[in-house]
Design a protein around this ligand. Structure first.
Ligand code: AGP
Length: 617
């Protein structure tokens, strides 16, 4: 899950690399490093444990020489603690003239390391990565052909890797290889870039190429070639990055997360744009490849992790209710190991902000191999999950930088609604006029989210008063249940507070034993207008926990006076179609977690032990 950047061109390479790493820091932030070949032809490397700022300060105090070629890395540790020594780049060979960075895990590193140790190689780190640096350097020492040495070694590596390599004796060249980890090329005028994603170079160029599985890139200042691991040339299409570098900057907000929460009226609107007309009719051209198959689906299986899985859970309610096709949601990492039943009439929907989550990628590959169709709902253009699917529905949330997902989550839910409406139309399960009514309700969401955001200050006040809470429980029912789980996840990852989300109906089957005096319980209350009177049932749950001493905070629909009667505090969201409420009720929970984290003095954007994009299994 580390971030990788490479550059060949006339600009100050150290600045390009550090700028790229700043934008990739969300991928990992426990150490960082760069290597450049300076204009005198010498390889220079600097790497430091800790956040990127520590490396930047180090380089400011002792600048690296002028250079026009280099590689940079920001790390999320897998093998070896986050120390200066384990930070990348790693140097290879006795002469230490080769520099290498790596994202992923080399699964056969132990075997390769034994081989190198036997040959008398000494290691400077505890990483799996260093074996690759030594192997390539040794091959190069034998043949003097860096490209062939690189090919030969990457063919020997098992597992997941994006690797970038430079050698002092071949000072015009950066080589890259990709297997099961992301790699994108940025094409400039008289300069070229490599990155884990386009954020690495979007401030310099909008032209990009997504590198395919088991491919090698040979990058020079005025030339880019792609080939497979056997050295056969490969052609890949260019694409244009559709967001601006400024979209990935804080723009005056205290954190990326604060900005991304506030972006939601826009990101939800953008996700619907061009797909939902003003009369509420949905058009999903992107699903054309699946058109013939949709009416005959036997089931849908959604595969996702973390927040994306909660978005999928909301989608399940909408799809089953509107399109009458059975849906199950599976955590990607559990899915393929339980021998699931898949047919050519099964649609597997992969939901992922990054489009690079390894667990989800492996689940979809398994699904494809088993004959199922795969649709990806993803926020990142050119991501692996998008490229490997039969069809892609992009969420247009824009770049999400904070590790905790917010605007991608609401955009994913909205994409699920669009998918559900599209399926219902294709399967003829609901009158078109009903579907259009729901479509029109969807169009109101951006303005409704903006209204919820107006309560930000009161939510922040409340959050501060929970600074010393040891545990917080969340309850929800129907589509409010996944929102309760998402609220709990946000609090865990941001404020390091133990929290659990329960289905409100489950309370009496066990969790109610947790309630004691003063226990905070946040309840996502269904609409009082829901036809199944779930609202009344949840209000009873509120009374039950209150009677046992809980301090209840309710997220309820405007006008729900019963919710107010039994709660210490209520945050109201505008009246909406009951299925669409999650997009509104999650917003106060996002703000609550953000503000509680900030009140505890924690790093809101980069919580401990996490990384934005989890590209290891
Ligand atoms: C969200 O706040 C999390 N950090 C995490 O659960 C995330 O949603 C999960 O890792 C899936 O990521 P993806 O959407 O990029 O696949």
């Amino acid at each position: 899950m580390c971030g990788i950047v490479g550059y060949v061109g006339p600009k100050s390479t150290v600045d390009v690399l550090l700028g790229g790493l700043k934008r990739l820091e969300y991928r990992g932030y426990d150490s960082a490093g760069v290597s450049v070949i300076d204009t005198e032809g010498k390889l220079a490397t600097r790497k430091r444990a800790g956040k990127l700022a520590i490396l930047v300060e180090d380089i400011d105090n002792q600048p690296l020489g002028e250079a026009h070629i280099g590689i940079g890395h920001t790390r999320w540790a897998t093998h070896g603690a986050p120390t200066d020594g384990n930070a990348h780049p790693h140097l290879g060979g006795d002469s230490k003239k080769l520099s290498l960075i790596h994202n992923g895990i080399i699964e056969n590193f132990a075997e390769l390391k034994s081989e190198l140790l036997e040959a008398g190689v000494s290691f400077a780190s505890e990483t799996d990565t260093e074996v690759a640096a030594h192997l390539i350097a040794r091959e190069f020492d034998k043949t003097g052909d860096l490209i062939e040495s690189f090919r030969k070694v990457v063919r020997r590596l098992h597992g997941a890797f994006t690797i970038l390599v430079m050698h002092q004796d071949v000072p015009d060249l950066v080589l890259a290889a990709r297997r099961n980890a992301p790699l994108v090329i940025g094409l400039g005028e008289g300069e070229n870039f490599l990155g884990s994603d386009v954020a690495a170079f979007v401030e310099h160029t909008k032209r990009a190429i997504a590198v395919g599985q088991d491919e090698i890139v040979i990058l020079r200042q005025n030339d880019v070639a792609i080939e497979n691991f056997d050295g056969e040339s490969v052609t890949r299409d260019e694409f244009l990055i559709d967001w601006d570098a400024s979209a990935a900057s804080k723009g005056g907000w205290s954190s990326f997360m604060a900005k991304e929460i506030a972006d939601q009226p826009q990101s939800v609107g953008d996700t619907m744009m061009g797909r939902l007309s003003s009369d509420g009719t949905v058009h999903l051209e992107e699903l054309a490849a699946l058109t013939q198959k949709l009416p005959k689906l036997d089931r849908i299986i959604m595969v996702a992790c973390g927040t994306a899985a909660y978005a999928a859970e909301v989608g399940k309610y909408a799809i089953e209710s509107w399109a009458r096709v059975p849906v199950s949601v599976e955590l990607s990492h559990e899915f393929r190991y339980r021998d699931p039943i898949l047919t050519s009439s099964t649609l597997v929907v992969a939901v992922s902000q990054s489009g690079e989550t390894m667990d989800t990628l492996m689940a979809t590959r398994y699904a494809k191999e088993s004959g199922a169709m795969v649709l990806t709902i993803c926020n990142t253009q050119g991501a692996t999950l998008a490229r490997e699917a039969d069809a892609v529905l992009y969420t247009h949330a824009g770049p999400e930088v904070a590790v905790a997902s917010t605007k991608a989550f609401t955009a994913q839910i909205v994409s699920m609604y669009l998918l559900a409406l599209h399926l219902a139309k294709a399967r003829n399960t609901r009158a078109l006029s009903d579907l259009q009514e729901i479509g029109k309700e969807l169009l109101k969401l951006p303005a409704q989210i903006a209204k919820v955001l107006e309560q930000g200050k009161s939510v922040a006040e409340l959050a501060k008063s929970f600074k010393d809470a040891k545990t917080v429980l969340f309850l929800g029912r129907h589509v409010g249940f996944p929102i309760a789980m998402e609220g709990a996840l946000k609090l865990k990852e941001l404020a390091y507070i133990h929290s659990e989300g329960f289905a409100a109906g489950e309370l009496k089957h066990g969790p109610i034993a947790l309630i004691e005096k003063g226990q905070p319980v946040i309840v996502v209350v269904p609409s009082p207008n829901d036809p199944d009177s779930l609202n009344a049932k949840v209000i009873s749950n509120i009374q039950e926990v209150k009677a046992r001493g809980a301090e209840v905070i309710a997220i309820a629909e405007e006008g729900d006076l019963e919710a107010a009667k039994y709660s210490a505090q209520v945050f109201y969201v505008p009246k909406a179609h009951q299925m669409l409420l999650p997009v509104l009720s999650v917003v106060p929970l996002q703000i609550f977690a953000l503000e509680l984290s900030a009140a505890k003095g924690l790093d809101v954007d980069q919580p401990r032990n996490l990384a934005k994009s989890v590209t290891v299994e």
